[in-house]
Design a binder for this molecule. Structure first.
Ligand SMILES: [Zn+2]
Length: 323
């Protein structure tokens, strides 16, 4: 199951709570999913249409919560949805009129019903703002799997509804942006913090835990990568240092021979030649007797000085020394 379906499945299963919130949620769902038609003899039908049978369960539950018993339910296929199956819930007659009145998002004009803006009172309370956002997400929301990308969006057909949602999200301390895509207004965020807040606000606790697990894992990965890069830099420095040391040793070896060095430095020089990739600490540990990193560093300093000295006092002998 996709992360998006996971979130929606969890939201659908949440209990409805206060009737103010149920009303706010069905208002949002109505703006996203509802349409109406008039049958012969002037009978009004209110339809909630969803491509997701899971999502369709939510308006069904809320309509029942408000006491509507006669709710028609059918699944159909339609070319408008690319031949895909979709679920339709239908209220008819007085029930349909009463529901539209209750929600307050529809008005009757010139013989037909039209949507009107959501009344502000619907989302006046904090609890209702959350329910409204949840309804909107169930209706037109989509969230990407956190393993792939941080992206949450709501696709709305007009600017007013998009801006109303943006304001409602803002009231819940979430900052979402809007852009236009193929005739739709997309209210979206790519910020992982905002998306986590969205899940929390809607009450998708299980999905939030999943999301936070992935978010934490990717933070750990970033940390590991950073430390790998750091190790890489250390390694490069170590190689450059060893290269310098080998040059000094080679110089001494060619001009006066390694035997010209004091016993302990001679031993270190030979070990460096055998183990060019060892760190100072590693070389120190195989010296006899073992020496600290700082001591080894000082000894290399002495080798360097020795090499500098012979270059200043021109060599008197030059012999090949087998190393
Ligand atoms: Zn409420």
């Amino acid at each position: 199951m996709s992360f998006n379906s996971e979130v929606k499945e969890e939201l659908v299963s949440l209990r409805l709570g206060e009737s103010c919130c149920a009303l706010a949620e069905i208002s949002a769902l109505s703006l996203c999913l509802a349409s109406f038609s008039i049958r012969g003899r002037g009978e009004v039908l209110l339809n909630y249409t969803s491509l997701s049978p899971t999502v369709a369960k939510r308006p069904l539950r809320i309509l029942r919560f408000f006491g509507y018993k006669n709710i028609g339910m059918s699944t159909r296929r339609d070319n408008r949805f690319g031949g895909r199956r979709f679920t339709v819930l239908t209220l008819s007659g007085n029930d349909a009129r009463a529901m539209m009145q209750r929600v307050g998002v529809l008005r009757f004009e010139k013989g037909e019903f039209k949507f009107r803006n959501i009344p502000q009172r619907t989302v006046r309370r904090i609890c209702c703002q959350r329910a409204y956002i949840r309804g909107m997400f169930l209706g037109v929301g989509n969230i990407s799997p956190p393993e792939k990308a941080y992206h949450a969006e709501f696709a709305l057909p007009d600017k007013k509804r998009a801006e109303f949602l943006q304001r409602t999200l803002h009231l819940q301390n979430m900052e979402f942006s809007i852009y236009k895509r193929r005739g739709s207004y997309i209210v979206y965020s790519k910020n992982s913090g905002e998306i986590a807040s969205l899940l929390a606000t809607m009450g998708a606790v299980r999905a939030l835990l999943h999301f936070e697990d992935i978010r934490m894992l990717s933070q750990v990965k970033t940390e590991v990568q950073r430390s790998v890069n750091c190790d890489q830099a250390n390694l490069s420095r170590q190689i450059a240092t060893a290269q310098k040391q080998l040059e000094h040793i080679d110089y001494i070896s060619k001009l006066v021979g390694l035997t010209a060095l004091p016993e302990s430095l001679q031993q270190l020089a030979r070990l460096r030649i055998s183990y060019p990739d060892y760190s100072l600490k590693q070389l120190g540990s195989i010296l006899e007797p073992a020496k600290s990193k700082a001591s080894v560093s000082r000894m290399f300093k002495q080798i360097e000085e020795f090499a500098n000295n012979i270059s200043e006092h021109k060599p008197t002998t030059s012999r090949e020394v087998k190393t």
